[in-house]
Write a new protein. Structure first.
Length: 113
């Protein structure tokens, strides 16, 4: 099953979803702003992505600074921040076949297939 953590207001997220659908992939859409991933789900996604938590974040968001977060904070601090404030999650995250990518650019999602 392919899952996309999707924000319909984001052009990259829309492009990624369209790319997956054009390929005929059965995609489960998770609007992560309405249905935020738990800290445990974020930990699992981080493990699949193989990146530190900071690489899953929109560190340029004003909220990142407003919360007093830094790029050197421990992964657990950043994961808890994303769980509490899903707007901080970089998008879109695509999970499929035991792997995951942050689809920026959207074509990165094709690396999963």
């Amino acid at each position: 099953m392919t899952v996309i953590w999707h924000n319909p207001k984001c052009s990259k997220s829309r492009q990624t979803l369209a790319l997956l659908q054009e390929r005929g992939e059965a995609v489960t859409i998770r609007r992560y702003l309405d249905d935020p991933p738990t800290a445990e789900e974020l930990r699992a996604a981080r493990a699949l992505l193989g990146v530190p938590a900071i690489e899953m974040m929109r560190s340029g968001e004003a909220l990142f600074t407003d919360l007093g977060l830094t790029r050197t904070d421990p992964d657990e601090t950043l994961i808890e921040a994303m769980a509490s404030h899903p707007r901080l999650i970089e998008r879109p995250v695509v999970l499929a076949r035991g792997s995951a990518v942050i689809a920026r650019p959207p074509e990165r999602a094709l690396d999963l297939f």
